[in-house]
Design a protein around this ligand. Structure first.
Ligand code: CU
Length: 325
């Protein structure tokens, strides 16, 4: 997944002087619907003093059906729209965090290292059938926690930080997708995470305001400028996860009908020939598409406010050659 992160190397744990940050990153800066300045937005000191820690990528090792994953909680600035940065709280320095591709039956050992010196974080994986009070608990700055689970149920799942206030930790960017693929099935061609951005570091904004941006994979209109290639005359699958934190997604592909929609990505939860798929906050779907003619096909959340705020992308359907050349 491409990263839209400003790489500014700084030592972890060292607070950046607020003076450097002022004017660089303000949560509401540049958002549609009006200009905001640091003086017009109620924010805590933290959002005016972003850490911008260097992204540290996930490490993943597979041995048979044993999968070991190392992830990192950190604060990193990300770009959420052209020219608009956001002081995010992240998994591995990216919003969304990395997609965790698993196979049904995998024995997963996942360690989350909290590199954020300022607050506790955690990870709640909707694919993990484990007691939350023992596994999804806060990890203090500088500490790590390991959880074990078996990916027993196939599907398209959300993972997210569960530290309090959870609404804010999600809105700040701490989420991603878990794909658990059943035997004989390939992972989806694309994974798309829908989410909302509010005023940075403001729980009040998350709970009371409309979102400033609604995005696919962390950036408004990302796939308008960089369309996703898709085949013509061949079915392909797209996993869609809605991280929210608040709003339902109405996933629709203009000029197409979703051939098959598996609610939560579970093979037996399927609906045929769906115009628009409802995906709740915290939910996911595995969607099969097939384009019969070459062309450009927009994909959107058909909730118009969401589409207008960035939940818009494009498939570029191109003919696939088949047979011997
Ligand atoms: Cu968190």
């Amino acid at each position: 997944m491409p990263r839209y992160v400003k790489h500014q190397r700084r030592s972890q744990g060292v607070l950046v002087a607020a003076a450097l940050a002022l004017g660089l990153v303000v949560g509401g800066c540049g958002v549609p619907g009006g200009a905001h300045t640091s003086h017009s937005i109620t924010q805590s000191a933290d959002s005016l003093n972003p850490l911008n820690q260097t992204p540290r990528p996930m490490r993943r090792i597979r041995r048979g059906d044993a999968v070991s994953i190392q992830m990192y909680a950190e604060e990193t600035e990300v770009m959420i729209a052209p020219g608009v940065t956001f002081p995010a709280w992240t998994f591995d320095g990216a919003v969304p965090g990395p997609v965790l591709y698993l196979r049904q039956g995998d024995h997963v050992t996942l360690t989350l290292h909290n590199l954020d010196p300022r607050m506790a974080h955690s990870i709640d994986l909707h694919a993990a059938l484990v007691p939350p009070n023992q596994n999804f608990t806060p990890i203090l700055p500088g500490q790590s926690k390991t959880i074990h689970f078996i990916a027993s149920v196939p599907g398209v799942f959300l993972y997210h930080c569960e530290s309090s206030p959870m609404a804010l930790h999600i809105a700040q960017g701490m989420y991603g997708a878990v794909i658990v693929t059943p035997p004989g099935q390939s992972p989806p061609m694309y994974t798309i995470v829908q989410s909302e951005f509010y005023r940075a570091d403001s729980l009040s904004s998350v709970l009371n305001d409309p979102p400033r941006y609604v995005v696919f994979n962390g950036m408004a209109n990302r796939y308008v400028t960089h369309p996703l290639n898709a085949p013509v005359g061949q079915p392909f699958t797209v996993a869609v996860v809605n991280a929210g934190p608040n709003d339902f997604s109405a996933f629709h592909v203009v000029g197409s009908i979703l051939r098959d929609v598996e609610n939560s990505g579970y093979p037996e939860n399927n609906l045929d020939d769906v115009s628009t798929a409802t995906i709740p906050p915290g939910g996911g779907a595995l969607i099969q598409l097939e384009f019969t003619q070459p062309g450009q096909y927009s994909f959107v959340s058909h909730a118009m406010d969401q589409m207008s705020k960035g939940a818009l992308g494009m498939f570029n359907a191109v003919a696939v050659r088949s047979g011997p050349q």
